[in-house]
Structure formats: C-alpha cells, structure tokens
Write a protein that binds this ligand. Structure first.
Ligand code: SF4
Length: 362
C-alpha cells in the first residue's frame, strides 16, 4: 500500500514533531518559496536522488517554467510541492516548501489536504487518464464543490457550467453532461484546467499540460493558461521539456538536469545569453524553419542514472565544454552577470557551470 501524502514520510515522527498551521500564512511573504528541496526514491537498485537541493520562488501573477529532459526531477518536484509523492518508495528528505511563509512540509496531514484543495492546484499531463471515464465531466467538476464546499447537487452543476464557460468549452450547458470520451484531447485538457481552477487556487502547477496535443491545440491551451493566470493573478509553475512552449508565457525559467537546477534566469536573459552548456544545447535543439534541410542539433548521450550520479558535474559526460576539473569538482550555482542579466531582471541569474563565462561568450 502506498501513502500519497508525503508530509509524514521524511519529517521526524512521534510526539516531538511540530506542525505548522495554514492559519499562520503571512500575506506579505513570498507566494511559494521552495528551498533546498530533496526527494529520493529507495529502490532495489539503490537510492535514486530525483530532486537534489532544488530552490526557486514564485510570486502572484508570475509564471516560472521548469525545463528539462524526462527524468530530470521536474514532475517529482511538483509532486513534492503538492504532497503527492508515492511513498514508499518516494521520500521528501530535506528542504522547505513555504507557502506565504508557512512550510507545507510541516503541516499535519489534514492541513496539507486542505492546502492542496484551497491554495494549490495541479494540472496533470494526461487528461484522459486523469478523468474518470464512467462519470460525466459535470459530475466530476461538481464533486469538487460538493466535497470541499458542501454545495447541493444543483448548485454544484451550475458552478461546473460556469467553469466550462471559463475555459471556453462551447455550449457548456449542453456539454456538462457529456463523458470524457465525448471530448477531444484539447477539450479534455480544458476540463482538467477547469477542475484545477475550481477552488480559486493561488498557485497553479501545470505539468506538461500540452504534451499529448497537436501544435495548434498546444498554442490554444498555452494561451488559455496565460490568460487565466493573468486574470486570476495566480502564481504558475509550468513544467515542460519544450523550450519552444515557454518563450511567450514564462517570466522566468529554472533549467533542471539530473535533479538539480543548473541555470535560472528571467526568460529573455536565458534565450539571449544561455549561461550553461545544457541550456545552450536545449536551445540549439529547437527546430527552426530558417534552417530547413540542415541536420537538427541533438544532445548526444543520456542523462546519468539517478542511482549512480557521476563525480563532479552531472552534465560532464555530454558536455562539449567539459575538462578535467569538471569530473572532480561539483559546480555550485555561480552568480551570472551578462549584458542581458546584470541583476536588473527580477531573478538573480545563476549557472551551475565552472566555465559559464566562456559559454556566454561563444
Ligand atoms: Fe560542462 Fe564543466 Fe560546465 Fe559541467 S562544469 S556544464 S561539464 S563545462
């Protein structure tokens, strides 16, 4: 049996344990402040350090994109924030997840559930498997209001129609009784967005919300998310492996590799002057219409096994800038100062590369 509420998995147990309370939130504190978060999976092959000291923050009305290849720890970071890491085998082993100053990792299980319902919401990757096929979308949306707000069935249905309208489902009143399979992929993702927004969250985490969709629908969903985030003044964390998706939507970016943030910056700085070889390689691998006929750049090799991380820099085996020092000496997040990122941006720029100046210069 698994415990999907990770609040109790890594913190000290028993009488000495002290809980924080949601009632103690400080409205002037940072909306979401993640500090040195660590998550590991204890498997038969060893301990997989999926998230290894990740820090970032999000303010109201701001969008942070977390970028990286599959398996780099993006989704596990999101699950740890939400408190839904499968445990065992997953354990949050360190760090803080502060919502308006209150560490969510120290909330009681009941309070954590309340935070998940009222303050934070998550949109999952695959809308088809996230929706229950045997209930209408109206029933599933209404259930949120019946369960968390104690609404009558009729009132919950009205709220469900309002939400479907909000996410631009045409003829919402007629479609509210339809089942998930009667909606297209893009429409189902809109229903998932509606469900996430039902209780007016302050923080919305969208985990690869457009992965299963074609490019036209992808753009529609991203525009819808950006519009809703602006109108509702939410803090949004957008998780993706696609740098092309985030350019128009994100305010700032954290690039993850092998469970760590390897670069962070405001969005325009990162596109103008990538300061980590991995970010640079990700940008170079975006297909470009003006390079038609030329071979697409790819990042050769695979990310390291999280159960057996190499010494020194985790990116060294794939890095074209690597030299001997990289294989011995683990780079910390150096402060980066470039013409595009001289500290005038909202995000302090950082790159976990010993040779970031050389990377920027080339
Ligand atoms: Fe490449 Fe070395 Fe920088 Fe790591 S520290 S990204 S191996 S140059």
């Amino acid at each position: 049996m698994t415990n999907t509420d990770t609040t109790a998995t890594a913190a000290p147990k028993g009488r000495g344990r002290r809980h924080t309370r949601l009632a103690d939130v400080d409205p002037s504190a940072t909306l979401l402040d993640v500090r040195d978060l660590k998550v590991e999976f204890r498997t038969r092959y060893g301990i997989a350090r999926a998230v290894n000291g990740v820090s970032f923050s999000v303010e109201a009305g701001e969008t942070l994109a977390i970028l990286g290849e599959s398996g780099c720890g993006k989704s596990v970071t999101a699950q740890a924030i939400m408190g839904i890491v499968d445990s065992p085998p997953g354990f949050v082993t360190g760090g803080e997840v502060r919502y308006r100053g209150v560490d969510l990792l120290k909330l009681s299980r009941q309070e954590r559930r309340k935070a998940r319902a009222d303050r934070l919401a998550m949109i999952f990757q695959d809308a088809l498997s996230a929706l229950n096929p045997v209930f209408s979308v109206g029933f599933q949306l209404g259930e949120v209001f019946r369960f968390h707000r104690g609404m009558s069935r009729a009132d919950a249905r009205k709220k469900a129609i309002e939400l479907l309208d909000l996410v631009n489902i045409p003829a919402a009143r007629q479609r509210v009784s339809d089942y998930p399979h009667q909606f297209s992929g893009g429409m189902r993702q809109r229903v998932m967005i509606a469900m996430a927004l039902a209780l007016d969250p302050d923080v919305l985490i969208a985990d690869e919300p457009t992965t299963a969709l074609d490019v036209t629908v992808q753009a529609q969903i991203m525009n819808l998310l950006a519009e809703l985030q602006r109108d509702l003044n939410m803090g949004m964390i957008l998780i993706t492996h696609d740098m092309g998706v985030v350019a128009d939507v994100a305010d700032k970016i954290s690039v993850m590799y092998a469970g760590k943030v390897v670069e962070r910056a405001d969005v325009h700085d990162i596109y103008a002057d990538p300061a980590h070889p991995y970010t640079k390689a990700l940008l170079e691998s975006i297909p470009r219409v003006d390079l038609k006929g030329q071979q697409l750049n790819v990042i050769k090799g695979l990310p390291p096994a999280l159960t057996d991380l190499p010494r020194g820099c985790n990116f060294a085996p794939r890095c074209r800038y690597a030299r001997d020092r990289c294989r011995e000496d683990t780079p910390h997040l150096y402060q980066v100062t470039t013409p595009g990122g001289d500290g005038s941006g909202r995000t302090p720029r950082g790159s976990a590369c010993h040779y970031w100046e050389e990377v920027v210069a080339q």
